[in-house]
Design a protein around this ligand. Structure first.
Ligand code: PMP
Ligand code: GLN
Length: 377
């Protein structure tokens, strides 16, 4: 198997001394109270396998979180803790999809979706979100469904486009899923990182949708602790059991001392992610205005860590070649988004993703370096 584009570009950044605006991780750690809580858990002996299902206090904290933010009332068997959202996605796809089934997925799609659909022996049916506004077209969604479709794999807020699905798009997904009796797996890891007062609405809150939806999130983005890899999946007990069944053979259980620490974070550190959201919005503006000033066509995101740009104005038809040139000329790393599209797709070839979840001085240095070079082919 190839390594991921994110790992590849981060290694390149280190090797070349480049400013890393590629892989989505923040420069600074999350709340110190959460780090202290992990130390406390380790010192208290929370160092052996926790229950595969999740430590009781984290399961209870996820239940409270879903209730507080979205009015969803969950029982403990409607939650499973996973090794990051990555394992929740793997568990959901492997647990719910059989070989030969079709999975409808919004393109561009996060790289692990493609890998997991392949691992399951299933078939991807992409529905493309097109620049500049990356809206989900209800007719295209409908047209992607066949009598072999098992589930829709959704991601909102969306990586790499930063799109937050609006009420009409969510209603279209609900309508298609209900009429064709499909399951939906929705990846909501950027749920708290939305900008300009925009609210994230989980699909599971729409009428009739809870019973057919697995909702996935993670502490990595919400609390700037991407390396801890504590995520979760929630939904009706039968679907959660299928995710947990797969998880049993993937990792069995996840980071013992981190689980009580993330329970503490969910219960007590809401102000952290509110502040993070506001800081990210400022950094989004900093990066987007800087890139715009350099002549990029910038697609300003509504959420997440990332902005996408069209590099064809500089004569580059190929984002990967553009990114390679920027490392060489400017020592700045970004991510070509063509890897989030079907092979050979024309839609993503000329798009490049930039991460703004970095410190202001890192963004300034990246922009300064880009300003000093010829961006043209
Ligand atoms: N889904 C999306 C859309 C992501 O951007 C990421 C990257 N953080 C993940 C899932 C993986 O999350 P985790 O690090 O919690 O495994
Ligand atoms: N989610 C992060 C990104 O999109 C990367 C996570 C990873 O490297 N797997 O950049």
């Amino acid at each position: 198997m190839d390594s991921t584009i994110f790992a590849e570009m981060s290694a390149l950044a280190v090797r070349t001394g480049s400013v890393n605006l590629g892989q989505g991780f923040p420069d600074l750690s999350g709340p110190s109270s959460v780090i202290e809580a992990a130390y406390d858990a380790m010192r208290a002996g929370r160092n052996q396998y926790p229950p595969g299902h999740g430590s009781p206090e984290l399961v209870a904290a996820v239940v409270r979180h879903q209730q507080r933010h979205y009015g969803l009332h969950l029982a403990p068997d409607q939650v499973v803790v996973t090794t990051g959202a990555t394992e929740a996605i793997a568990g959901a796809v492997l647990g719910l999809v059989d070989p030969g089934d079709e999975v409808v997925v919004c393109e561009p799609y996060y790289d692990s979706y493609r890998a997991m659909i392949q691992f399951a022996g299933a078939v991807r049916r992409p529905v493309t979100l097109r620049a500049p506004d990356y809206r989900l077209d209800a007719d295209e969604l409908e047209a992607a469904v066949t009598d072999r479709t098992r589930l829709i794999l959704l991601n909102s807020p969306h990586n790499p486009t930063g799109r937050v699905l609006d009420d009409a798009e969510l209603a279209a997904v609900a309508s298609v899923a209900t009429r064709h009796d499909l399951l939906v797996v929705t990846d909501e890891v950027y749920e708290h990182l939305t900008f300009d007062g925009r609210a994230h609405v989980p699909l599971a809150t729409l009428p009739g949708m809870f019973d057919r939806t697995i909702t996935i999130s993670s502490s990595g983005k919400t609390f700037s602790l991407t390396g801890w890899k504590i995520g979760w999946a929630t939904g009706p007990a039968g679907l959660v059991a299928a995710v947990e069944g797969a998880k049993n053979w993937l990792s069995y259980s996840s980071g013992a001392p981190f689980q009580p620490a993330i329970a503490h974070a969910l219960d007590h550190e809401e102000s952290f992610h509110r502040q993070l959201r506001d800081d990210l919005q400022t950094r989004r503006d900093h990066l987007c205005q800087g890139l715009d000033g350099l002549g990029f066509e910038v697609h300003v995101p509504q959420a997440t860590y990332f902005a996408t740009t069209d590099v064809s104005a500089f004569g580059h038809a190929d984002g990967a070649a553009f990114c390679a040139a920027m490392v060489e000329r400017a020592r700045v790393v970004a991510i070509p988004t063509q890897g989030f599209y079907e092979d050979g797709s024309p839609d993503g070839r000329h798009l490049v993703r930039w991460a703004f979840c970095k410190e202001e001085d890192v963004l300034s240095e990246g922009l300064r370096r880009l300003q000093g070079v010829d961006l043209h082919l």
